[in-house]
Write a protein that binds this ligand. Structure first.
Ligand code: UD1
Length: 416
């Protein structure tokens, strides 16, 4: 099994490039179920999760492959409607095929994703919303089995903000009869990217990027080409790396406009971010860090997907930072590993209190999930000596050539 060996303590200098967004690519790929034809989707990151979604779509009659960074999909409507356990267990986002399958093929059999390291993560809200649109759904033997006539528009009131739930309903409603209104919708930029793609396919959607989205269903959609937005989580992770180690890095393709919560926190922590004329971000830090509290929230709040990386830099900040995790009940798996590197962190009831220490010392550590592994990489870059990060396959699910990018800006990191 691959691991990363990181010798810490080196400031970072040079140019780094942000890849396309994983969490925007996945629903856009699923949306190709809505219409037959050929799609050229550019700026798709080359990642394990993308291949998992590709494999699932292949089983549903959509051939797909990369040509450079363009992902080409050909929906020949094989008529299949099964998303089996062996694929869904690899990636929870497989649930994104449920909405489009029902809308277009009027049936779906999708394995229940189940819990994962960061929490229970139910999909009850996806199911209830599709039922409200006319689907008949049963859950048997670990599978969601659903069928419908043409879905009908409905007023959906999500009791919790759900990103993939909003995306499933957006896709289903695009082909439904009549108007759908999603209240308490997720406003994440990846939702707006999906809406932009669906509009190119012929969908009528307004309000994306706010908490109320209105969709006027259409009879038919058609294949379209699209370019996916850059990955704000990868951009934020690279920013944390520079804040934590110090240095001067020019960050290309970062979606700055949708990153205020992260850039504000990092500014307080000591990272200067200047936008150059060409849109390149000039990141600069002397390596001295200040503590600042954060609280994870749905967009535009501080993203839960940046919590572990931010906690990593707070371990060496002056003072104490209080980090509240409000989205997932078990997203502090990285804490025990950070403590093995010398961090002073106390966790109670979804809150971590991080007291900055003078030094982190390298240690062998274990990644438990995608974002936890990114946090551990950052901590290892900040530590005085060598760390070994095990179970790095988590990182490969969501970060394209991460160690290569870090090496490109001077990090001492290798994969063995
Ligand atoms: C998406 C992101 C993930 C991110 C998360 C929160 C993708 C592929 N993944 O995950 O990276 O961490 O948003 O920003 O885009 N919930 C329910 N019932 C449901 C659905 C959700 O109770 O039917 C709860 C969840 O357990 C969680 C909260 O709602 O506590 C938010 O989860 P949700 O936004 O649905 O996360 P995902 O869409 O799975």
């Amino acid at each position: 099994m691959d691991k990363l060996i990181i010798k810490g303590g080196k400031p970072l200098f040079g140019d780094a490039y942000v890849s396309g967004s994983k969490n925007a690519s996945l629903p856009i790929m699923a949306a190709t179920l809505l219409a037959e034809g050929v799609y050229n989707i550019s700026n798709v990151p080359v990642l394990k999760d993308i291949f998992t979604m590709g494999e699932l779509l292949e089983r549903l009659g959509i051939e797909n492959s990369f040509s450079g960074d363009t992902f080409i999909l050909n929906n020949m409507d094989g008529g299949g409607a099964d998303a089996p356990y062996d694929l869904v267990k690899k990636m929870r986002a497989s649930i994104l095929v449920l909405g489009p399958l029902l809308a277009k093929r009027r049936k779906a059999k999708v394995s229940l994703p189940g819990g994962c390291a960061i929490g229970e993560r139910p999909v009850d809200l996806h199911i209830a919303a599709l039922e409200k649109m006319g689907a008949e759904i049963t859950v048997n033997h670990g599978y969601i089995e659903a069928s419908c006539g043409r879905l009908t528009g409905a007023e959906i009131n999500f009791k919790t903000v759900t990103v993939t739930g909003t995306e499933n309903i957006l896709m289903a409603a695009a082909l439904a009869k009549g108007r759908t209104v999603i209240n308490n919708a997720a406003a994440e930029p990846e939702i707006s990217d999906l809406a932009g793609f669906l509009r190119k396919m012929g969908a009528e959607i307004t309000g994306d990027g706010t908490s109320v989205i209105t969709i006027e269903g259409t009879d038919e959609l058609s294949a379209a080409d699209y370019s996916v937005m850059p990955d704000r989580i990868e951009a934020g992770t690279l920013m944390c790396a520079v804040a934590g180690t110090g240095g001067d890095v020019r960050l290309h393709n970062a979606p700055l406009k949708c990153m205020s919560a992260v850039t504000d926190a990092l500014f307080t922590a000591g990272l200067a971010v200047k936008e150059g004329e060409d849109g390149v971000l000039e990141l600069s830090s002397g390596g001295e860090l200040n503590s600042a509290d954060i609280s994870t929230k749905p967009y535009p709040g501080f993203p839960t997907d940046m919590q572990a990386q931010y906690m990593a830099i707070m371990t060496k900040a002056n003072g104490t930072a209080v980090i509240d995790e409000n989205i997932f009940e078990n997203r502090f798996m990285h804490v025990a590993e950070l403590k093995r590197m010398g961090a002073d962190i106390a966790v109670k009831d979804g809150q971590a209190v991080v007291r900055g220490v003078k030094e982190l010392s390298g240690a062998p550590v274990m990644a438990s999930d995608l974002m936890a592994s990114a946090g551990l990489v950052i901590a290892a870059l900040m530590a005085t000596n060598t760390s070994e990060i095990n179970r790095v396959y988590h990182l490969d699910r969501g970060y394209q050539e991460f160690e290569k990018k870090l090496r490109g800006i001077g990090a001492d990191i290798k994969r063995v």
